[in-house]
Design a protein around this ligand. Sequence first.
Ligand SMILES: Nc1ncnc2c1ncn2[C@@H]1O[C@H](COP(=O)(O)OP(=O)(O)OP(=O)(O)O)[C@@H](O)[C@H]1O
Ligand SMILES: [Mg+2]
Length: 293
Amino acid sequence: MALVIEGLSKTYPNGVQALKNLSLSIGNHMFGLLGPNGAGKSSLMRTIATLQEPDSGRITLDGIDVVKQKDEVRRVLGYLPQEFGVYPKVSALDLLNHLAVLKGVVHKGERREMVEALLNQTNLWDVRKKALTTFSGGMKQRFGIAQALLANPRLIIVDEPTAGLDPAERNRFLNLLASIGRDVTVVLSTHIVDDVRELCPRMAIIAAGQVLLEGSPNESIVALQGQVWSKQVDDDVELRAIESAYRLISTHLVGGKHEVRVLSADRPAEGFTQVAAGLEDVYFTRLAGQARH
Ligand SMILES: Nc1ncnc2c1ncn2[C@@H]1O[C@H](COP(=O)(O)OP(=O)(O)OP(=O)(O)O)[C@@H](O)[C@H]1O
Ligand SMILES: [Mg+2]
């Protein structure tokens, strides 16, 4: 599937411009949409999922006009929203079965097979008869992906699915996503850099409704290699001095001490060590570049 987004803009009635002439090209792979709170990730995903319309711009999915031909898109779409809303007091099995009917899987035998396979795939078989209201956050997210996978979608949109999951559940969820078929396009939004690094061969960093970087995580890391320097900082005075003299990427607390990372072609000063660049350095560097404008 080829998903092409061209010049998408959206201003909400309250005057917030969530998308600013945004363009992206997404192919048959796991595509990571990385951005801070308020970047416009959910706005973009809701627009692709045909739940809201842009003010201007175009989206096509293998030539289908997403804004105009909503029904055609919905037939091939699986969507896991950021807020799944209120969970009814019904069992996972019953709700999944009900949602399958709504998705148009009317043949009873086919539906049962599909629902049972998805409950197994998402590791919810043993709890299938329990009410969704009793599910933990991780179980709810796994149910969310099960419903998104109903009726073999060819485009799957998952909006911040790993937020709030413990490391084991997060791993389970990412593995589940990775196991989804190769001829399916998955768009995953997150503010967790490692989600993208572990899973996505292509990504975009977005902030304030605009694309700051589109490409491969690995290539963008390679492009920063040799330019990232680190130093442990003793006090706030030194921290502020470094901040004003160099291009600060980030500061981390390590065992209660500040560790700064700085972008520089050469050694910034005595005491700095060159360190391997990571995707987080790419992310913070791009966000800082945006903030300077
Ligand atoms: N329905 C709405 N009405 C008005 N403003 C909105 C609406 N939805 C989102 N916004 C605003 O649009 C901007 C982009 O929001 P959006 O939810 O798309 O960002 P996001 O990247 O998904 O953020 P988060 O990581 O917090 O989920 C924000 O400033 C937000 O406050
Ligand atoms: Mg969001």
